[in-house]
Design a protein. Structure first.
Length: 429
């Protein structure tokens, strides 16, 4: 269940309106082919590493080829893979002082890496056409260490085809959410539910606490901000649904793997909705073309969703070619020709003019993602990714999952679970 924490912390947040995302601005970066060399004419090979889907790999490799064509003497040594295992690989490289020159960074680790001197200052990269609040999400103690690459939002993905056939719309509030879990069950098959059991889902709970006006459950400075009354209310609601067989049984819940063709309960039509980022929608749609749609997180006293950067580029301070790496990031983010190749492979581009130029070519999936970003931006929060793995939080999130799963399986009571979580919080520095 730890994947729920990884997914909620993919990127840092920014509150953007549609007009900010796609408004036309000046300053687009356009270069003439072959006009720049590596500086003193020597050959330079930049190591670059990222995670993602095959579509992202293909687009990025094509962009690297074009950059090398336009900049004689600059070539790349690419390393790419899926998200699973990426952080471990990057951390191992860092420990051996063998970090790539350029590497994709995630908000879940950003504060840890920036505070420990493992990221190069990127302030020299032009960013006039990128929203200042979004840039702040890659800033630590006043310095830019991570360049955002895409806009993103946290909401829900739901089976529109099934909901339309049932004559219902996705829930807009938490009251509607819990009522729908009860009201729809008699109209569904025995092994179908509105939702899986979210007792142990850290991302969904954070949305719930935020929507109740209690803020995020962890803060960037490492403070424990779980609200006892809100947390127990959440746990009791799921306990009641579980008792009445209105959510997936515990063994089915823990078997769920998002965007796995065989294990994703939404794709298998065992549930009707789940939490999702806008940038993830393409992967879901590919598994069930034309069936799914996006909507905002349910509201409490306020909005429960947030906006964020999908991911970042960072540069190693140990790189021999820091300036060349920064020039590449400048081109990657700010040039229309790079945007033409990359499309929305990392989300809606952060450069507003690039995004505006691409808008006529947006697919239905892109438009759906942009629609969620636009909806959440109306009053969504600026996402606080928390402290990362600093100060004992890596162990906290692991043990939190164990505790909440124990509640879900009936091994401990809700009160016992809360006492264990509070005790665990005392180990945080």
């Amino acid at each position: 269940m730890r994947k729920s924490w990884h997914r909620l912390a993919v990127g840092a947040a920014a509150v953007l309106s549609l007009s900010l995302v796609l408004s036309a601005c000046s300053g687009i970066k356009k270069e003439e082919a072959g006009s720049v060399e590596s500086g003193d004419g020597k050959s330079i090979k930049l190591r670059i590493m990222w995670w993602g889907s095959q579509a992202r790999h293909d687009a990025t490799l094509k962009a690297l080829d074009l950059y090398s064509e336009k900049h004689p003497g600059i070539t790349f040594e690419p390393e790419y893979q899926s998200f699973d295992g990426y952080q471990d690989k990057l951390s191992t490289q860092s420990a051996g002082k063998n970090t790539p020159d350029i590497f994709q960074m995630d908000a879940a680790w950003f504060n840890d890496w920036a505070s420990s001197g493992r990221l190069e200052d990127l302030a020299s990269i032009p960013a006039d056409d990128i929203d200042k609040v979004l840039l702040e999400t890659g800033t630590y103690q006043g310095k830019l260490y991570a360049m955002p690459l895409g806009n993103n939002a946290w909401g829900m993905v739901y089976n529109k085809t099934m909901m339309d056939s049932l004559g219902v719309q996705p829930p807009k509030t938490w009251d509607e959410f819990f009522a729908m879990a009860r009201d729809l069950k008699p109209r569904l098959a025995k092994d179908q539910y509105l939702t899986r059991d979210l007792t142990a889902d850290g991302a969904f709970y954070m949305s719930y606490q935020l929507s109740m006006g209690k803020g995020f459950s962890m803060s960037k400075d490492g403070k424990f901000h779980y609200d006892e009354a809100t947390w127990k209310d959440w746990m009791n609601k799921w306990a009641e649904l579980r008792k009445d067989n209105l959510v997936t049984p515990p063994d089915v819940t823990v078997s769920d793997k998002a965007q796995d063709a065989q294990m994703d309960l939404l794709i298998q039509e065992k549930i009707l909705l789940r939490g999702a980022h806008a940038a993830e929608f393409g992967g879901t749609d590919a598994l069930k073309p034309g069936v799914m749609a996006l909507t905002a997180q349910p509201r409490g006293t306020q909005a429960g969703g947030w906006l964020k950067a999908s991911m970042y580029w960072s540069v190693s301070p140990n790189s021999q070619y820091k300036e060349e790496a920064k020039k590449f990031i400048d081109w990657f983010v700010n040039s229309e020709e790079a945007g033409e190749i990359l499309g929305t492979s990392r989300g809606i581009p952060v450069n507003k003019t690039v995004a505006d130029a691409l808008e006529p070519k947006f697919t239905d999936v892109d438009k759906s993602a942009l629609g969620l970003i636009n909806e959440v931006s109306k009053d969504g929060a600026a996402f606080d990714p928390g402290p990362g793995n600093k100060g004992g939080w890596a162990n906290f999130t692991k043990e939190y999952d164990n505790i909440t799963q124990s509640i879900m399986f009936g091994k401990i009571s809700i009160d016992e679970g809360w006492d264990q979580i509070v005790k665990l919080s005392k180990t945080l520095e």
